[in-house]
Structures are given as structure tokens and as C-alpha cells.
Write a protein that binds this ligand. Sequence first.
Ligand code: CDP
Ligand code: MG
Length: 149
Amino acid sequence: MNEKTLVLIKPDAVAKGLTGNIISDLDNLGLKMIGLKLVKVTDELAKAHYLEHKERPFFNDLILHITGKLHNNAPVIAIVYEGESAIEKIRKLAGSTNPEKAELKSLRGKYGRIHSETKCLETVIHSSDSAESAKREIALWFAQDELIK
Ligand code: CDP
Ligand code: MG
């Protein structure tokens, strides 16, 4: 099925200079990039994005992480991809949530780690987990006219 999905290259990856490598791996999936921007993430946007995790014990650290506060105030790179099975293809490339358990050649296997103080999982990228989440997340991060038709 043709799908759209949101990818966020997270502050840990931006701060480590991994943006080029990550976009190169994403390009190799053969999907179409239809939106891209650099975002300095506010607390408000971070909390709206991760609303589903509001009650989880790691929520506060997750907000510190995605707003760049654990990584020199690095921004996030937000990208929308479109294509056949885009959601599943990018989730597979990302790998399991725990970087230590992620497949070695996945993005999280290659580049992820667990933050030594907060124990926050530095998961390198976010990617939407369903068509429903993708729709909500793309609308949260992009205005309609920022996406290529
Ligand atoms: O990112 P993904 O959809 O694979 O995982 P999630 O369960 O939706 O969690 C969202 C994010 O919360 C993860 O990517 C991690 O950055 C963070 N997290 C964490 O720090 N500690 C956990 N035990 C679980 C998630
Ligand atoms: Mg998730």
C-alpha cells in the first residue's frame, strides 16, 4: 500500500554528525522524500508528539532528549517519506527500540546507545508506527504547503 510516514532524525544523531549517513540509508529504501526541515523542538511540540507516553516513567527524560537538552541543544530533522509500505520499511531500518537489542545493521544497532546518566534510549530516529499515527504526526510537524504534491 502507498503510505506516508514521518521520520525524525533525533538530537543524539544530529549532534553526533550522523545526518548524512542516516539519510543515505533512508535513500537506499527507494521511497520518495516529500518534506524536510530542521526544527528546534519546543516542549509543547515534544509533549504533543509523545502524548501516548505521558504516563511512562521515562517521559520527562524523553522530552529532554527530543528537545535537544541532553545533546548541546541540537535540533531535529523532520522528513516525510512516501511509497509502498513506507511505514514498515522505515521501522525495519530503524530496528528495535532498545539499541542494545537492535539488529546490528539497523540504524539503532549501528548508532544507538543508552544515555549513561538518564538511561534514556538514544534511538537515533523516530518513525511512525501506523497509518493513523503517521497522519497525526505529519499534521503536527508539517503544514500542508510544506509537502511536495
Ligand atoms: O521509538 P519507538 O516507536 O521504537 O519506541 P516507543 O516505545 O514508542 O518509545 C518512544 C521513545 O521513547 C523511544 O524511541 C526512546 O527514545 C524512548 N524510550 C526510552 O527512553 N526508554 C524506554 N524504556 C522506552 C522508550
Ligand atoms: Mg513509538
